[in-house]
Design a protein around this ligand. Structure first.
Ligand code: FES
Length: 243
């Protein structure tokens, strides 16, 4: 079942220009959550409106703690970013359908913060190629952080200021016997669909808004009709999604 839990922040760290790493103690969730699933977070200071909860992919589990990466994009995330270790949080989850166990060697393909659920998947399913695409050099400290966590990281940037210049999908081929897991912006995943990758799961979390099935903002078209990313996903088969 999905419950609200009281959690306590154990770490709040700025790891990029506007990217914050949060760690929160929540044993009930930590033992249950699977890679690709997400949680809803609420700062108790926001009051009780469930619509104010924000969805975040879980980036990992360490003991009783869950890890989250958040980008400061508005008032809610700004408030969360200013919290301190010891502060309380309300957490709901685990939500949604996560990644299935890969059937062959895993390959992880991330766009910026799409790396969060893939880090968790890598912890669970084992290391493989881990490809990250970022737009520009403003992502440098985030890339350094990720590289410590994931030494095999291959970095690509649109402007060539970090890692290799250009398209992070270049090294992927539909003929390779690998299980791809991906999370990133729509155009990146649409390009993957065009390549005809057969074994590829994508997390569509960037399409989520409320995360609780209340806004219809996350509806996507699939081969079996309209689906809500927050309730039916966020992980889908790449070939099932109509791009
Ligand atoms: Fe609001 Fe899915 S995110 S209904």
């Amino acid at each position: 079942g999905v419950d609200d839990y009281s959690a306590v922040l154990t770490s709040v760290e700025l790891i990029g220009e506007d990217v914050v790493y949060l760690r929160a103690r929540c044993p009930e969730l930590a033992c249950e959550v699977e890679p690709g699933q997400f949680i809803l977070l609420r700062d108790p200071a926001w009051g009780l409106d469930p619509l104010l909860m924000r969805p975040f992919a879980v980036a990992g589990v360490i003991g009783d703690d869950i890890e989250i990466l958040l980008q400061v994009v508005g008032r809610g995330t700004e408030m969360l970013a200013q919290r301190k270790p010891g502060d309380p949080l309300v957490v709901r989850g685990p939500m949604g359908r996560g990644f299935s166990k890969p059937s062959s060697s895993p390959v992880y393909v991330a766009g910026t913060l799409g790396s969060a659920p893939l880090l968790f998947a890598r912890d669970r399913f084992g290391a493989g190629r881990f490809v990250l695409g970022v737009p520009n050099g403003r992502w440098e400290s985030f890339v350094l952080w990720l590289k410590r966590r994931c030494p095999e990281l291959e970095v690509f940037s649109d402007d060539g200021s970090l890692g290799s210049k250009g398209n992070s999908l270049k090294g992927l081929s539909p003929d390779e016997d690998v299980s791809v897991m991906a999370c990133g912006p729509g155009p990146m995943m649409a390009a993957m669909a065009n390549m005809g990758l057969k074994d590829c799961q994508v997390s569509m979390e960037s399409r989520m808004a409320c995360g609780i099935g209340a806004c219809s903002g996350c509806v996507i078209e699939t081969s079996s009709g309209k689906k809500r990313v927050c309730a039916d996903g966020p992980v889908f088969d790449l070939q099932e999604v109509v791009w």
